[in-house]
Design a protein around this ligand. Structure first.
Ligand SMILES: [Zn+2]
Length: 197
């Protein structure tokens, strides 16, 4: 009897995808924030990410005391949305780097709600997160601009939680989408909370 390579009791490598996960097509557009993944190229990435990120930093900085308030139990606070975007920039950058090196790796899942529920954002302040967003946007832009020709067509499974087979090009566009989408969430929060200081 042969032992299965990645059967019960064995240790599967980080790049292997559990058998119960079905790879799904990746989204190509988001009607909520009016975004299409094919808008983003390696050449316009820096400008597009910068515009969205600077707007997010400005919205976070203008939120004042409203930054830590949740308008409803179903929504995060402005600060939590911004901290999530910070972590997204870190996480997707790591997935891109993994896909540059490995053949069709599976990215590490974010566990976005679990991070918040576990209290991992409790020490964040608006000033710190604004600074971190600026540093990380610069770092992500430097990484993307360093990618060689053809690299954007390499594939990865985005994560076990989002089992889409995507290209590095799609993941790069997703960086812009995440910032843009959550900027919309932040602006909605500020509208819902009104002008109260
Ligand atoms: Zn969106």
């Amino acid at each position: 009897m042969t032992t299965p390579r990645w059967g019960p009791g064995s240790t599967s490598p980080a790049a292997a995808l559990p058998h119960y996960i079905v790879v799904m097509p990746a989204p190509t557009s988001c009607t909520a924030c009016d975004f299409s993944w094919d808008e983003i190229t390696r050449h316009n990435f820096a400008a597009r990410l910068s515009v969205e990120n600077e707007a997010l930093v400005a919205a976070l900085s203008s939120a004042g005391a409203r930054a830590t308030r949740r308008p409803s139990p179903a929504r995060w606070s402005v600060l939590e949305y911004a901290a999530h975007v910070r972590d997204v920039l870190i996480s997707i950058r790591e997935r891109v780097i993994l896909a540059v090196v490995l053949e069709r790796p599976t990215g590490v899942a974010m566990y976005r709600d679990e991070r918040v529920d576990a209290g991992l954002y409790r020490n964040d302040t608006s000033g710190d997160v604004a600074e971190e967003l600026q540093v990380l946007a610069r770092l992500v832009i430097a990484t993307v601009s360093s990618l060689g020709d053809g690299v954007q067509d390499r594939t990865l499974v985005f994560s076990p939680q989002s089992p889409h087979e995507v290209t590095i090009g799609w993941a790069i566009a997703q960086l812009v989408h995440e910032v843009r989408h959550h900027l919309m969430d932040v602006r909605e929060n500020l509208t819902l909370l009104g002008d109260a200081p």
